[in-house]
Design a binder for this molecule. Sequence first.
Ligand code: DGT
Ligand code: CA
Ligand code: CA
Length: 584
Amino acid sequence: MPSHNADIAAIFEEIADLLEIEGANPFRIRAYRNAARTIGELSTEAYVLAEKDEDLTQLPGIGHDLSAKIKEIVTTDHCSLLDRLHAELSPAVTELLKVPGLGPKRVRHLYHDLDVQTVEQLYCAARDGRIRVLPGFGEKTELNILQAVEAHVNQIRRFKLAVAAQYAEALRSYLAAVPGVMKVTVAGSYRRMRETVGDLDIVVAATPGSTVMQYFIAYDEVAETLAAGGTRASVILKCGMQVDLRVVPRESYGAALHYFTGSKAHNIAVRYIAQKRGLKINEYGVYQGKNRIAGDSEESVYRAVGLSYIPPELRENRGEIAKAQAGRLPHLVESGDLRGDLHAHTKATDGHNTLREMALAGKSRGWEYLAITDHSRRLAFARGLDPLRLARQCEEIDALNEELEGITLLKGIEVDILEDGNLDLPDHVLGQLDLVLGAIHSEFGLSRARQTERILRAMEHPHFTMLAHPGGRLIQQRDPYDVDMPRIIREAGRRGCFLELNAQPDRMDLFDIYCQMAKEEGVLVSINSDAHSTFDFDNLRFGVGQARRGWLEKQNVLNTRPLSELQVLLNRTMRQPAKAPVPQ
Ligand code: DGT
Ligand code: CA
Ligand code: CA
């Protein structure tokens, strides 16, 4: 089995880390970080592209050298540069970088001055007071390190949903091809589409005597077998992810699937309802006394306890059971409901593809529309657009819309919300566009009151259409900023603005509970890819999963609307300002 994208990305990240500890050229380091990001977010497996002999230098940030490294990794499972770095530095040293507060510079000192190579050695050095004397450290830093190490050790590793998907789908198809296997589902938090996944739980229905267990243990990517019996097994994959497998007879498949999909809180609530009806429920079925009355399908399990079928994304014991009892569950939005995407970048800023390439990729998905929303000038590192370049892009869009059939490009911008709540481009420029996404890319640390005020002031601008990635977090990298989200949602409703659910695997932002709140306030949510290349459109399925976790139905989602209706809704936000415009 060749390396997955997440493995390649991890290798490049590690190379960047090690180069940084060595004190290498910053441009070289950045090249590896960018490549890690590109490959990590790529929705097609790089090994598939390599097998087809596709030109990998077409990918953003991948030159000939990196392309050769990718091919080396997928064909040999090794990277000679990383091997060389490992020979020079202790491999454990990258673990130190995961301790909050320790960057490569500090790790370099710890490594070279104190010979600290592992987290344990770091802990001892901090405890013994040996760190405070190093240049640039001090007593307070030493204490912070001590506390951070303690917290770090307790933190269990979780995987982003899109990363888990790469491992889950490969393993699923492997198991599905085993003789005697009738059904395979990856259950657990993965099936519930949680934004991160702790481990994979796989449920298999197989004929008696099937060798699926042996196949599972023998899977190429298994690094360690924790337990293996006749019906259950647990392994750790090479990437560090645990996988639990459960094999059941065909007639128990629904009950097992229900049990291992969880959540635990949902299961407990369903079991309680069963008990009240004098029934017993477990992973083999639903029982009345000794009689098994249901269990071959999940529908039968729910029916037996008086509930309608509950989609996995709702199974968090957040009110879904009462709704199912009343037969009033929502009809959740589906991927096929989307008629377009309202957040995408092009080569003009930090995207990789041209306007035309993006438009054609959208068209091939059967979309009616695609909004082009490049960055504004404030984001200098992304070569954000000034009014002149934006005007030129609008002309190009007009020309393409004349030429292309079947898809309409909408003119937009992802405009920076400045520290004071002003927007990075003047209102008369924004007024020329079909939609304006406002986004925060700076000053994440403002107080709750100031951050909230900043966003509310931005929304006051007459042409503000939608708040992009409203929470601002990057999963496992940056916490959301401190903001009064319920108030922002209410005000968005009052002002006729929309909220984005950004489907980038690192973002997954609007959070599920806020989707639910937006629905209650009548605020439409737009499920956007924030695509930086044509591949990124595939991430929308994760956004749809999150929207479903937030109880959203088709009518709650802006980009399920046909173009004609969308245009009416977008124009409604182009209203007169409620009060005098904020001076620019
Ligand atoms: P994760 O892996 O942390 O992202 O979250 P889950 O939900 O996949 O949890 P996991 O892997 O520990 O267990 C998978 C499912 O098995 C869980 O969602 C519900 C079921 N389950 C596990 N332990 C219990 C339990 O003690 N009671 C009940 N009723 N169900 C359980
Ligand atoms: Ca799990
Ligand atoms: Ca598990």
